[in-house]
Design a protein around this ligand. Structure first.
Ligand SMILES: NC(=O)c1ccc[n+]([C@@H]2O[C@H](COP(=O)([O-])OP(=O)(O)OC[C@H]3O[C@@H](n4cnc5c(N)ncnc54)[C@H](O)[C@@H]3O)[C@@H](O)[C@H]2O)c1
Ligand SMILES: O=C(O)C[C@H](O)C(=O)O
Ligand SMILES: [Mg+2]
Length: 530
């Protein structure tokens, strides 16, 4: 991914011809003059306008006389960023993170070219600010932080108007759209209209990591109300003050948006992001064959998790086909957990040649009510294919707790403890000390612990706790970034980031470049195995 970012950086050359990988190189014609240019972050170069351009564009006298080069502006921004870091040392983490986000966001709102340049060059430092975990905090505080809109907002009140509204977007071409309804923002729940921060952050990653033209991206919020009482009572809340639409009313809004967007830009790719589970699966099924679309939480997460799972087989020095023998406990039966299970089971079935029914034997699914078995009352149809037969494994009862499942002596007949513990529950700390300690008895030489829930406080365990309690030989991955862990004696516990950001920019770019009409499971599978 960082290679792609460097590639993108190399494309950010001329300020007046903004050529990115997916753009057809064309000179950028500026239809604006004077102050309008300075107030348009897309065209604004601040003090960087050379004198000839100042004359040509009616800017003479509107700027201080000295011309400051792009490189000097870049250095000046980085200097203020570093001094902000220094000056906020010791302050609470959230305060520092929001201050960093503000300074980056202000730059974006003033001068997009400089913003994307600093983002691309410093993506490792800035990803945790514009993306997970800080973006979670930004969404929680969005209505208070709001200064300038980014992206488009379609609300339930716009029913019947979307086809004309879509033409209000100023760019002629849009390639990549990230769409949310704000109903399940990271592990933070329903944040209503404030969830727009997620599409914005995801699309910044598309620009930084895949070199997508920033003029051809569009973050979108479908505001169908919120069930978050605190937000409904917040006088600053910027979204519709009504409970979420449901059923036909809801889906007709999404239908109308999808029709409108594809009427104007038939080839635009729409990434569904952070929809609550029922709508995540429903919309994926509804649109995947009609439009070029995918659900990042179901499919992107699955691809990245599968890549990580295959990686843990590789680091054990075992052939990839041994993946079929891994016993995997998935904690969280939501859109992400079920997405991972679906793709992992398909991979095992393909590798073993024994079919999907047999492939499921090595997977265990746990949700908020414990182990999912066929005895479960109101078993969710999406989880049903992964539910264990009652009594299939001696001692495993419906609703068994995570610890019971991990500790069970007769775990999967041959008395093997899980090789992998993978968390997508959205609940911080569910991999507690006892659970982590039990993982020490795994038969794997390198048991894997993936605490994939976001943001940081919702991670199933911290990196430090994982190495401390489960042992130094583990492979650790987390959705939000953690620092490597000092294990003493010069040893380091390495932290891998298991976040779909390592996959979706590539999927979007690949689909754009190839002109794919749909995004298939096979494409995601290939991306994770490559
Ligand atoms: N790392 C990544 O790339 C990535 C990608 C997608 C989602 N996520 C994270 O995964 C989490 C879940 O996302 P989702 O869309 O599946 O949410 P979801 O609401 O659809 O599902 C959550 C699931 O967790 C289960 N759960 C709740 N409490 C539990 C507990 N105490 N023990 C076991 N299971 C419990 C629920 O029963 C439900 O099945 C979120 O925090 C999200 O940020 C991470
Ligand atoms: O947004 C992220 O960081 C990953 C994922 O899509 C999530 O919903 O948590
Ligand atoms: Mg998501």
């Amino acid at each position: 991914m960082w290679k792609a970012a460097r590639f993108a950086a190399s494309r950010l050359s001329s300020r007046s011809t903004r050529r990115f990988s997916t753009a057809i190189p064309a000179p950028c014609i500026v239809h604006k003059r004077g102050a309008d240019i300075l107030h348009d972050p897309w065209f604004n170069k601040d003090t960087g306008f050379p004198l000839t351009e100042r004359d040509r564009l009616g800017l003479r006298g509107l700027l201080p006389p000295r011309v400051i080069s792009f490189e000097q502006q870049y250095a000046r921004f980085m200097e203020s960023y570093r001094s902000l870091e220094k000056n906020t040392k010791g302050q609470p983490e959230g305060v520092v993170a929001l201050a960093k986000w503000r300074i980056l966001n202000r730059l974006h709102d003033r001068n997009e070219t400089l913003y994307y340049r600093v983002l691309i060059d410093n993506i490792q430092d800035f990803a945790p600010i514009i993306y997970t975990p800080t973006v979670g905090l930004v969404c929680q505080n969005y209505s208070g932080l709001f200064r300038r809109p980014r992206g488009m907002y379609f609300s339930a009140k716009d029913k019947g108007e979307m086809m004309s509204m879509i033409y209000n977007w100023p760019a002629h071409q849009v390639d990549m759209i990230v769409l949310t309804d704000g109903s399940r923002i990271l592990g933070l729940g329903d944040l209503g209209v404030q969830g727009i921060g997620i599409p914005i952050g995801k699309l910044d990653m598309y620009v930084a990591a895949a070199g997508i033209n920033p003029q051809r991206i569009l973050p979108v919020m479908l505001d169908v109300g919120t069930n978050n009482q605190k937000l409904l009572e917040d006088r600053l809340y910027l979204g519709l003050r009504q409970p979420r639409l449901e059923g036909e009313e809801y889906i007709s809004i999404v239908d109308e948006f999808m029709e409108a967007v594809h009427t104007r830009w038939p080839k635009a790719i729409v990434q569904f992001e952070d929809f609550q589970m029922k709508w995540a699966f429903e919309t994926l099924q509804r649109y995947r064959k009609r439009f070029c679309t995918f659900n990042d939480d179901i499919q992107g997460t699955a691809g990245v998790a599968l890549a990580g799972l295959l990686g843990t087989v590789r680091v054990q020095g075992r052939p990839l086909s041994d993946f079929a023998k891994q016993k995997i406990v998935v904690v969280g039966a939501g859109s992400a957990g079920l997405g991972v299970l679906n793709m992992a089971v398909q991979a095992v079935a393909r590798m073993s040649g024994n079919g999907e029914a047999a492939a499921k034997n090595n997977f265990f699914l746990i949700d908020k009510d414990g182990l999912v078995t066929k005895e479960r009352n109101n078993l969710d149809p999406m989880a049903a294919p992964f539910a264990k037969e009652p009594g299939a494994i001696d001692g495993l009862r419906e609703g068994a707790s995570l610890l019971e499942v991990v500790n069970l002596k007769d775990f999967i007949v041959k008395k093997v403890k899980p090789h992998v513990l993978l968390g997508l529950s959205g609940v911080g700390g569910v991999f507690n000390h006892e659970v982590l300690k039990a993982m020490q008895e795994s038969d794997s030489t390198k048991p894997a612990i993936f605490a994939m829930s976001n943001p940081t406080m919702n991670a199933e365990c911290t990196a430090e706790d994982a190495f401390k309690h489960a042992g130094e030989s583990i492979v650790f991955g987390s959705g939000s970034p953690f620092d490597n862990v000092d294990l003493g004696n010069g040893k380091v516990g390495h932290v891998n980031q298991a976040n779909n950001m390592y996959l979706f920019p590539g999927i979007g770019l690949g689909a754009l470049l190839s002109g794919a009409r749909i995004i298939s499971d096979g494409m995601l599978q290939a991306a994770s195995e490559w």
